[in-house]
Design a binder for this molecule. Structure first.
Ligand code: FE2
Ligand code: FE2
Length: 201
């Protein structure tokens, strides 16, 4: 397995992130990261402000994508990253935890709010922070793949009614599709129940 922790930061996050993805040959994820940052700018423009840690979290959210899919479980084992039974069904979901680990240990991010926004950017969880909500939305709104483009657009439209409504729109869509999913993660399920019970509509 490659040493994914063998990287020295300069302190300039934007260029360090670019250099990291180039070093581990993942230009595609770097380009996606820039798309996510652009969607975060859209959220900022629309609401007038964003949380102070959202930009750093967006830069770091997919760092874990550098780990090759056949090395994910080994990476987690080596670095004491907890893997639940359900996550063994779909190891790629662990990239959110790996991103958090790399952000903390390579990029020296120590703000818990930022680290949690990275750690839950794919599944979300119940009672998320506003930073978690902004990063989650910016990521989903950036989707360009044919099968997700329409959903991304709908989330963006719903955002005009509020961030929580946009989140709830996504979670309902996921809940409706649960039978077809390889994994309906328990954190996503709990997030759905949380927003459902909190009557945000
Ligand atoms: Fe991701
Ligand atoms: Fe992403």
């Amino acid at each position: 397995m490659k040493d994914y922790l063998d990287f020295l930061i300069t302190g300039n996050l934007a260029t360090d992130i670019q250099r990291y993805f180039l070093k581990y040959d993942n230009l595609g994820t770097y380009e996606h990261t820039i798309d996510v940052i652009n969607e975060l700018s859209y959220i900022k423009k629309h609401f007038g402000h964003i949380q102070s840690g959202s930009l750093i979290a967006c830069y770091c959210h997919d760092l874990g994508r550098v780990v090759r899919s056949d090395e994910i479980l080994e990476f987690c084992l080596q670095n004491n990253i907890m893997v639940s039974d359900e996550e063994k069904i779909l190891p790629s979901i662990l990239h959110q935890k790996i991103s958090c680990f790399i952000a903390e240990n390579v990029f020296k991010v120590n703000d818990t709010t930022i680290l949690n926004a990275v750690k839950y950017h794919t599944t979300l969880r119940k009672n998320p922070s506003m930073t978690e909500i902004e990063v989650f939305l910016a990521d989903k709104m950036s989707w360009k793949e044919e099968e997700y483009r329409e959903l991304a657009q709908r989330i963006k439209e719903t955002l005009k009614e509020g961030k929580e409504k946009a989140i709830y729109y996504y979670l309902c869509d996921l809940h409706d599709k649960k039978e077809k999913l390889k994994l309906y993660h328990s954190d996503s399920k709990e997030a759905f129940q949380y927003f459902n019970q909190n009557h945000i509509l």
